[in-house]
Design a binder for this molecule. Structure first.
Ligand SMILES: CSC[C@H]1O[C@H](OP(=O)(O)O)[C@H](O)[C@@H]1O
Length: 367
């Protein structure tokens, strides 16, 4: 079975409901930009590249079912809908980057309303194809970098959150590098953090690693430091990115910052995997990245199927359990920022960025 977070056919879009994985594999129809906004905000679909693609394609479905009287009307309509979709989640830059490029395209496209709609559809559909090829190239570049830096003996890797086929159009970014290293026979073992509170690691990355028969172990977020201390065969931590600032500071899933610190302490390479659509050259440093604050309920509750009397998963009954003392305050930032100073490399589809002698990532070379 191919892991597809996004199922697109001309003018028809479905997303895999990631709130129900790994026990239930259910696709949800996205008929317009409102469906997409709600799916992105609720994290029914998540992952920086995936939310940009779902947003763009939701408008393809909507446009196919909307009549326009003039070119100006369709340009206005698309621009307004893209602006609405960008507001669904603030931290990942892929969504706003795609919206900016698509809005520019429709403004610059000459012709009648049908011509403009056609140009938008072609550009949005191309995002789906480009993302997979970008991720395969990130995997290749990451493999070559690892061979050059770590040698040709097998080694183990630690990762956080989900950065695989469930966060993209396919193959993944950081998990794509793990796939490429595994495919080349260089991976000894992959370790995945559960990644509280949404549990992208235990529910999604574990699902992908088992699906691909990659030797892997799940750990709690609090185990990461002692894992590096007791497993010297872990030579690399690879993470995804929601937004890479111009200086290389990288916003990623909450818990990434502390991984960059323990990597430095334990002499482990800390690597960011990101398509260039995740690099925001307009934001100079990590201080300029808006960090999404999620609802307290998402931290103090856990939702899942119950176990039957024999301890087996009973999918017929899904419960939500409250796991914290009622009345306690909750802080629930969804991301944090790993400083460029603690990042060894930024692996993109266009190549690998490493700091120069002045300690700067020269990311402009990718644009
Ligand atoms: C290649 S996905 C990038 C990024 O998106 C994830 O965040 P979320 O699950 O909240 O959408 C996570 O930070 C991944 O590293």
């Amino acid at each position: 079975m191919v892991l597809e977070a996004i199922k697109y056919r001309p003018h028809s879009l479905e997303i895999l409901d990631q709130l129900r994985l790994p026990h239930e594999s259910v696709y949800v129809s996205i008929k317009n930009s409102t469906d997409a906004f709600n799916a992105i905000k609720s994290m029914t679909v998540r992952g920086a590249p995936a939310i940009a693609i779902v947003a763009a394609l939701s408008l393809v479905v909507e446009l196919a079912n909307t009549e326009f009287k003039s070119s100006d009307e369709v340009r206005r309509y698309i621009s307004e809908k893209l602006e609405y979709l960008v507001a669904s989640r603030p931290t990942a830059v892929n969504l706003s980057d795609a919206a900016r490029k698509l809005a520019k395209l429709v403004i610059e496209t000459e012709g009648d309303a049908a011509t403009i709609v056609g140009a938008y559809i072609a550009a949005a559909e191309k995002m789906l194809v480009d993302d997979v090829s970008d991720n395969v190239n990130i995997g290749k570049n990451g493999l070559e970098w690892a061979k050059a830096k770590l040698g040709l003996d097998k080694f183990s890797i630690l990762t956080i959150c989900n950065t695989g086929s469930l966060a993209t159009a396919g193959y993944g970014t950081a998990l794509g590098i793990i796939r490429s290293i595994h495919g080349d026979g260089l991976l000894s073992h992959a370790y995945a953090l559960e990644t509280r509170p949404y549990n992208q690691g235990s529910r999604l990355t574990a699902y992908e690693l088992v699906h691909d028969s990659i030797p892997a172990t799940l750990i709690t977020d609090s185990m990461a430091s002692v894992l590096l201390k007791s497993h010297p065969e872990i030579k690399m931590i690879v993470v995804g990115a929601d937004r890479v600032a111009r200086n290389g500071d990288t916003a990623n899933k909450i818990g990434t910052y502390q991984l960059s610190i323990i990597a430095k302490y334990h002499g482990v390479k800390f690597v960011v995997a990101a398509p260039t659509t995740s690099i925001d050259m307009q934001t100079l440093t990590g201080n300029g990245i808006a960090i999404e604050q999620r609802k307290p309920e998402e931290l103090v509750t856990v939702r899942g199927p119950v176990l039957d009397k024999d301890g087996n998963v009973d999918k017929s009954e899904v419960k939500t359990v409250h796991i914290a003392a009622p009345g306690i305050g909750v802080w629930n930032p969804s991301f944090d920022v790993a400083p460029a100073a603690l990042i060894d490399a930024i692996i993109t589809e266009k190549g690998v960025a490493e700091k120069d002698q002045s300690g700067e990532f020269q990311l402009e070379r990718f644009f």
